[in-house]
Structure formats: structure tokens, C-alpha cells
Design a protein around this ligand. Sequence first.
Ligand SMILES: O=P(O)(O)OC[C@H]1O[C@H](O[C@H]2O[C@H](CO)[C@@H](O)[C@H](O)[C@H]2O)[C@H](O)[C@@H](O)[C@@H]1O
Length: 369
Amino acid sequence: MDLKANHSAPVLTDPTPINKPRLGIHDSLLPVFSQGPFVTIPWKKPGVFDDVRATNWLDAMKSSSPRNITKYYGTDFSSNDADAAYRDWMLKYPSALTAFEQIANNASGKRIALFLDYDGTLSPIVDNPDHAFMSNAMRAAVRNIAKYIPTAIISGRSREKVRKFVGLKELYYAGSHGMDIMGPFRPPTDHTTNEEVKEGNLYQPASEFLPMINEVFVTLVELTKNIEGAKVENNKFCVSVHYRNVDEKSWTTVAQLVQDILKHYTRLRLTHGRMVLEVRPVLKWDKGKAVEFLLESLGLSNCDDVVPIYVGDDRTDEDAFKFLREDGRGYGILVSPAPKESNAYYSLRDPSEVMEFINLLAMYKKSVP
Ligand SMILES: O=P(O)(O)OC[C@H]1O[C@H](O[C@H]2O[C@H](CO)[C@@H](O)[C@H](O)[C@H]2O)[C@H](O)[C@@H](O)[C@@H]1O
């Protein structure tokens, strides 16, 4: 596979015959496009306007990241009931702190790879997405663990933005829910250009969608400008429409706008995050695929002596948990202050527990290299 300049950044193109491994990455890891070649597919089709209330969008919006604990449990629940429900839930998803010894025993004599989500995992959830800063203590913990084990950040945000928030160059970064991966550095060959040397090993399976995503971003900014509190974020290969600060009475309007836009773009789809609607390419590529890709790039896939660990709080992290759960590849750790069904094995309550876990892991790796 060659690195070729496209727009502002080089992307991987693929002149290699099918079935031939590319860059050491097996074909099965590369995305399957839902429809034929990009250039022949029209961007827009005539809109058919459904009522958003007839879909389950609103239910999903209401249940995504309730702002207070009574919304998790209902108003009849006392905090004692909530604690009891959480303890029950932890029987199925034990705390990764109390189960640390078990995790360490299972990883004994093996290499660990650590994958971390950003929002809600390394930084607390806040009202303004531009202010989701991680603490210096968390940054120090992540910097420290990266000395011992390969560590990657996998976020729904654009890669550039999450890298800026984290501010550590010793990590690998995957932005746009894994559609923009900066993998391990590969030594330059005689054919490597200066630009490619600068960018390292960049993999962007959705690069063809960039103009479409930009168009949708601009349209959504315009359409939502009069909805108080609505915020549209450009995450490069996906667009986030935040409704956390929108009055609940206007959620239908937000949902309807996004749904109407999607009617025009059959090759884009919607996913739900924490009080955010996310528009992204119809592409079989997600955080699970990104983990698989990074493991392969790091030379850590199909190895019995590797234990990948993924820590995340959101629905989009479930793809990564699922991938690790399959064939017992590794461990997913769900960050949640309330019970919820998950493909993870373990749980942590909030970012402060995530930091504790990372510090324990670093101590363990230091004592047992
Ligand atoms: O995959 P992640 O790193 O967890 O990114 C997912 C989305 O995170 C951000 O939104 C969420 O966090 C914000 C700040 O705490 C919060 O205000 C918002 O309600 C949450 O949905 C980010 O802004 C999105 O673009 C990401 O897709």
C-alpha cells in the first residue's frame, strides 16, 4: 500500500491486488464499503421526511447519559437503592480495582497493550465539549504507563483535537471513532516522501467521505444556529450534534433536523453517544476495528502472550469490548457510575478510578517487567 497525498494529509491508497496482505495488515481488517466505488454514487437522493417521533431516536436520546442519578434509576429510587443496584451489577462487572490481582495474574508473563477512550474516561463529562480537559495527574499517569506498555487513545473526536487535549506524543492516536489512525512509526523507505515521514503511519479508511462530511457539517451548523444550546462539532470523519445544553422540549427539532439531513445522504448513518447525535459514514469500521488494526500494526495480534485492555464509557466503546471479548482476546473495562449492560468484563466508576487503575498497572509493570 502506498502513502499518497490527499487533501491536507496523506492517506493509504491500495493498488495491491486483493488477497495480498498490505502493510502487514490483513485484508480482513480493511473496511468493507456498503456500496460500490465512491465516485459513481450520487451524494444526495430526494428526501423522504419521516416523523422523528415515529422512530426510536427520541427514546435513545433520553436514555443517553442522564444528567442526574434519579434519571438512571427513576425517582422512586433512594440513593441506598441505587448503591444496592450498583453493587448487584458489580457482581457481573467487577471493579477492575478490586479484581486487579486477577487481571495481573492473567497477564502474568504476557505483554499488555492499553487502549483508552477520552471523554468520560480520561476526562470528566462536562457541558461544553471544548472544555473537556484531563487533569495533570491523569496526564502524568498516562505518560507513565506509556513507558511500560504500548498505549493508544481511541476517541470519537478528531485525532488532532484529542491529541491536543491529551498532549502526549508518546501515544498512538485514533480519532473519528477509529477512522483516523496514527499508528506506530515505520522506518522510511527510498520512496517515502518528506510529508509521509512527518505524518508517520496514518490510516484513514473513510478519507473519501471527507467532502461529504464537511458539507453535512456546514449544513448542520446553519440549520441548528437558532436552536439555543445546540452545538455541531466537526470530528473530521464524523459530525457530532450536541444537545446536552438544549432544552428537552427542542430535542425533537434537533433529531428531526439530523434525520432530514440523513435522508439526503444514504451513505451516512447515525449513532448515539452521550447526549450527542453522531453522523458518520456507512462503513464497517469502528473502535473495535481500530483496536484490531493497531494490534496488528504493533505486531501484537494473534499472539497468545498479549493481553489487550480497553477502557471506555460510551456506546461506541462497546465495539471494542466486543472485539476483545470474542475468543477471550482481552479485557474491556466499562466506566460507568450506574449499571448498564455491556460487553466489558470489568467496571470502573469514573475517571478518578480510571487513573487509579492506570497507576496500579504501571506499578505492576514496573515490578514485573
Ligand atoms: O470517544 P470519546 O472520546 O468518548 O468521544 C465521544 C464524544 O465525546 C465528546 O462529547 C461528550 O463529552 C462532552 C464533554 O464532556 C460532553 O459535553 C458531551 O455531551 C458528550 O457527548 C465530544 O465532544 C464528541 O465529539 C465525541 O464524539
